[in-house]
Design a protein around this ligand. Sequence first.
Ligand SMILES: *[C@@H]1O[C@H](CO)[C@@H](O)[C@H](O)[C@H]1NC(C)=O
Ligand SMILES: *[C@@H]1O[C@H](CO)[C@@H](O)[C@H](O)[C@H]1NC(C)=O
Ligand SMILES: *[C@@H]1O[C@H](CO)[C@@H](O)[C@H](O)[C@H]1NC(C)=O
Ligand SMILES: *[C@@H]1O[C@H](CO)[C@@H](O)[C@H](O)[C@H]1NC(C)=O
Ligand SMILES: *[C@@H]1O[C@H](CO)[C@@H](O)[C@H](O)[C@H]1NC(C)=O
Length: 486
Amino acid sequence: MRIFRLNILAFFLLFVVQYNTFALQDVTTDLFGAENYGTVAAFGDFNSDKQTDIFIIRKQSELVIFLADSKTPYFKPKVQKIKDVFDTIVTSVVPGDYDGDSQMDVLVTTQIKPEAPTSVFIFWGNNQTLGTAPTLFDLILCLFLADGDGYQDHLLPVCLDKSCQNSAIYLAKPSQSEKWVPVLSDFKWRETVWSFVPGKPSQPLALHLGDYNLDGFPDALVILRNTSSSGQQQAFLLENVPCNNASCKSVGRMFRIHWDQSDLGAIQNAIMATFFDIYEDGILDMLVLSQAAGKNDSIIHALKNNFEADAYFVKVMVLSGLCSNDCPEDVKPFGVNQPGPYVMYTTVDSNGYLKNASAGQLSQSAHFSLQLPYTVLGLGRSANFLDHLFVGIPRQPGETDIRKQEWTAIIPNSQLIVIPFPHNKPRSWSAKLYLTPSNSVLLTAIALIGVCVFILVIIGILHWQEKKADDREKRQEAHRFHFDAM
Ligand SMILES: *[C@@H]1O[C@H](CO)[C@@H](O)[C@H](O)[C@H]1NC(C)=O
Ligand SMILES: *[C@@H]1O[C@H](CO)[C@@H](O)[C@H](O)[C@H]1NC(C)=O
Ligand SMILES: *[C@@H]1O[C@H](CO)[C@@H](O)[C@H](O)[C@H]1NC(C)=O
Ligand SMILES: *[C@@H]1O[C@H](CO)[C@@H](O)[C@H](O)[C@H]1NC(C)=O
Ligand SMILES: *[C@@H]1O[C@H](CO)[C@@H](O)[C@H](O)[C@H]1NC(C)=O
């Protein structure tokens, strides 16, 4: 027997590619083709295919719903002419299910003149089209109570003087004192002082939040203007970083402006910027609107976030789960996006510390809030299972039972669709999990396959050599036997 020694080299090369680079790629043509104009007013799943569609206002009075599609352009327009119904200016669009039939209706606020009172219309959704005879409402009062038990902070972007030469962002923690703490007050970069653009009804002053780098802390997109030059406006990304200034010590975090983000800076005269998950892959991309001279409709720019660091996320979408009369038997009603649900997780991070975070879904739906109908929870670099994920939905006034359900051991990089049906029985709610394999899973698979092939080749070569040696030995033995016999 031949004993062979296989000298196994340490072939486990671990590539911990810590890019942490942040590059944006303009994908406007892929998304909209030549249809990239109008004001992005809201996001919502209009045709119940679980893909988020975009509601765009054009010519001030036309509502165009861009339905998500699997082929380029990924968003295809479907026109809803409101102009023919009323000759008014659309000031806001709020998709939602207002009559509980599991079909998405669209609420539209309109104004005939800028000073005129606002009217509210609801177009009733019916078989994925909108009826042409909307109902007029004088006043709609919406009150949502999220019944979670985590804490959310309040962020307030402000102008510190009348002409808005100085701006700041303040934060208040409801759990602590009522004090407002500045988390961003330095708007100066290379001799230029930037500031917020004072809010107008068509462009309210707003922070659009989203966790672009999946570190678990929400970042923001804002529009700032150059205070020393009229009309120079740009979109900026504010990254949520640990506090390094005495003024924000009590909250521990602050915003840092990415001044030299050239892809955002290339968009001249930006008027609105928001996060949007274009490819439904859990990574938040960006939509930026800009105003071109002599054009009434703004131009839409779509920027893909090529964020490469190996960070993890869980995307949660809570649907209404309401069933309409023609709901097929035994088919779980999916329903449409719902305002008000509360999502919270608690888990243990890679250092063994308890970690938790919470978010509300569609906490605000009117006036270009541009909130997404889902929640992307960034988990940072910890690839652990999420120990507990809680989802709560608003309950009716007077009811005392908490409508909350818990799911355990959620896999990172997955998308969870929660169907809270029936609403008052959290035990029978269901959740559907969709997995998005991350880069590292693919790398690991490739590395494993490579190692297997490598070992197989070595085994093959050694086997062949041993067989050859055996043959030679046998032949020699046969010879020896021959000689002995002689
Ligand atoms: C819905 O519309 C499609 C075509 O747009 C039609 O084929 C289908 O029968 C309609 N369903 C109902 C319930 O009206
Ligand atoms: C979240 O974690 C903090 C510690 O990091 C803890 O003090 C707090 O009670 C936790 N909240 C919940 C709701 O578990
Ligand atoms: C801001 O405007 C001033 C005056 O027009 C100009 O000199 C300066 O370069 C501008 N800053 C930036 C960053 O473009
Ligand atoms: C710290 O905060 C104060 C007040 O908010 C501000 O004036 C100062 O510029 C900040 N310092 C740094 C280094 O950011
Ligand atoms: C822009 O709007 C105004 C008034 O609403 C209208 O008179 C003008 O023709 C429009 N311009 C373009 C290029 O559509």
